[in-house]
Design a protein around this ligand. Sequence first.
Ligand code: IVH
Length: 707
Amino acid sequence: MVDSVLNQEWMKKTQQWVKEQQVPDTSAKLYDLQELLRFHEKAYYVRNKPLITDAEFDLLFNLLKKAEEAHPDWITPDSPTQRVGNSLNEGFATVSHLVPMLSLENSYDAADLTDWDRKVRELGKTDSASYCVEPKFDGASISIIYENDRLVRSATRGDGVEGDDITMNSRQIKNLPLYAPFSRWGIQTIEIRGEVLMTKNAFNSFNIQLQEKGLQVLANPRNAAAGTLRMKDPAEVGKRKLEAFLYHVSEVSLFPEGLQKADEILPLPDTHFGMLQMLWEAGFRSPVAEAKTFPHIKDVIDWCTSFETGRDELPYEIDGMVIKVNLLALHDRLGMTTHHPRWAIAYKFKARQATTRLHSVEFQVGRTGAVTPVAKLDPVSIGGVTVSSISIHNEEYIREKDLMLGDTVTIERAGDVIPQIVRTLPELRDGSQSPILFPKHCPVCESDLFKEEEEAVWRCVNVECKAQVVERMAHFVSKDALDIKSFGEQQIKKFYESGILKDIPGIYQIDYNLLKNLEGFGKKSIDNLQSAIEASKKQPLHRLIYGLGIRHVGETTAKALAQRIEHLLDLRLLTIDQLMEMEDIGPKVANSITGFFSNEQNLEMLQHLENLGLNLLREKSEQISDGKLKGRSFLFTGTLTQFKRSDAEAMVEKAGGQILGGVSSKLHYLVVGTDAGSKLEKARKIPTIRILTEQEFLNVIAYDQEN
Ligand code: IVH
C-alpha cells in the first residue's frame, strides 16, 4: 500500500519530466532527476517491474546527460550517468576486506543439519534457534563498501583477507546501486557481501555469441561471471548482463552521535532476515523473496529438499542452500572458526560435476562442412542424466584445455546448460595418454580441410561430401524447417547410402517402391512418410528459406527475408546494402545470402523444387491470419530478457499479426529489449509507431487473447 502511494508520486514526477522535456538548469533539479532515474533503475533491474518504457527512461537519462554536459561540476559519482567508465583497468590493486571473507561449513544431508542445530543450541545456550534459509548462489563472491550512501569500493574474495579492487567493473552491474540511502539507518560505512551471477539465459546466449565468433565457450555461468568481473574493459563488462545478489552485512559503522536527528533514524534490524529487508529497501537485489524463516531444523530440512527439486526452474544457478541463525545477537555468541562462522552452514545439493575418462574423439562433419571434435567419455551420470559424449568445439579449445586421449576430465552439466568439460586433471596422467590429433583431411570424404583466417573452425571443402549432403537434408526436413515428421537423420543416411536419395530435390522424387526393400519400412510407415513429404510442399516460405541452411541464416532472419520478397528467387536481386538495411543483418550474414543466391547450382535447385510443387511464393494468407492482431505489425529489437524472440514472433503471428524486417511507417509496434540501438532511434522519429517494453508487449498479447 505504502509502496503503491510512493510509486504514484514517482510516476507523477515522471510524467511531468517526460511532458516538459526540460534539461535541468539548477543543481537541485538535476539531483531530483537523478533520484527519479534511480527509482526507475531499481524498478527495472532490482524489482524486475519496470514502470516506464525504455524510451521514456532514455529520454530522462538524456536530459540528465545534457545537464551534466553543461555543468560538469554538478556531476556526482553516484549519478546514473556515471556507470559507464571510459578508462581501462590497469591491473587490479590489492585491497584488504574490512572483515575477512570466511567460507561456509558444508552439510550434505538431514543428519549433518540436525547435528549442526544441536551444536548451535548448545553453544548459543538456547533451547530454540530460529533459522533463515536462502539459496546458495553459484557465482563469484564480491564485497562492496558504501560510505556516506555511495558505492566507494568493491573487491573479489581473493584469499579472504585481501582481494582485487574491481570497483570500476562492479559499477557496470546494473542492479547494483551506486547510491544507497544507508544514512536512513544511521549508517556511515557498510560492507556488504554477495554473489555476482550471470543468469542461465544470459549465459547461454553469451556462449552462442562466443561460438559464432569462433571463440572459446565458457564451462558454466560461474566461470563467466568470475571472468567478466576481472576484465580489463569496464564497458565490455557492462554488455555482459551480470547481476549481483547481496546476502550479508559484514560490517557497519554508524555516524557519530548528533550528526543526525535521533527520531529520523530507522532502527537497525536485529535479525538476518531484517538485514535482507534493509538491503532490499536500500535498493539491492537481496534474496528477500527467496528467503524463508523456520523455528525448527526439521522444517529447514524439508524446505532444502523441496528447493533442490525445483532448482532447474530458477533463472540462475544455485549449488545449495545457506542456513543462517536468524537472531544477530546469537551470531556474536556463536562466533566463528578461522574457516567459517558457526552461525551459518551450507547445505550442498548433489554435484553436477563428475569425473570420467576421455577415451576417444570423433570428428563430425556438419552441413556447412564444419568439422567438430566430439569427446567420447566413459558414461557417467550427472544429476540423473548419463553423459557419454561432449562437443569439444575446435582445435584451439583442445589446446587451451590441454586435453589428451586417455585423460581424466571433470565435466559439468548445469540444469539446461549444455554439458561442458570444465578441466582435465593432468596430475593423473600415467604415460598412456596421447595427443588429440586434428585430421588434415575430411574424416568422411577425405577431401582437404580449410580454415578461414579469423575462424577457429576447420571445414571440408567438398560440398558434395556425403556428411554435408546428409546433414543438409536432415536440416531441410527438421522441425523448424520443412518439418517432415518421422524423417530423421538416420533414415536419410540409409536412403542416401542405398541410392534412393541423393539431394534435397530428391526428397520429392523418392521411388516409394524401393523403400519396401529396406529393413524397417512397412506399408504404414511408407504411407506416412509420403503424406508428410507431400504436406511439406505447402509450408510457408520462411521455413523453406531456413531449411536451405544458408550460413548465418537462422529462423528470425529467414522470417525477415520472407517478408521482404514476393518469390524466393527475388532474393537474387537484393544487394548487400539492401540486405544490411534489415533488422539484425550485418555484413557477414548479407555476404552469405548473396553468396548463396549467386551460385547457379543453388538457383537451379530452387527452380527444381518449385517445379516439383514446393511453395516459393510469399502467400498473403500465410502472413495475416484471422487473429486479433490482424493488420498490426511488430518488430523486436535489442536484447530480450523476458522471452525468446522466436517465441514472441510466433505469438504475434498466431494472433494474426505480422513481423516486419525493419522500421518504417508501416510498423505499428516496436518492442524494445535492453541495448536497443538505431531501430529505436529511427522509430522515435515516426509518431505512429508505438514503442513497447517487453512487459507492455505481453500485456498487448494477453489483452488480445482475452478479448
Ligand atoms: S553467507 C560469513 N550466503 O558461498 C558468511 N554465502 O561456499 C558469508 N554464497 O563464500 C557467506 N550464496 O561466496 C552466504 N546466500 C549466501 C550465499 C553465500 C552463496 C557463497 C559465498 C561463500 C561461499 C561458501
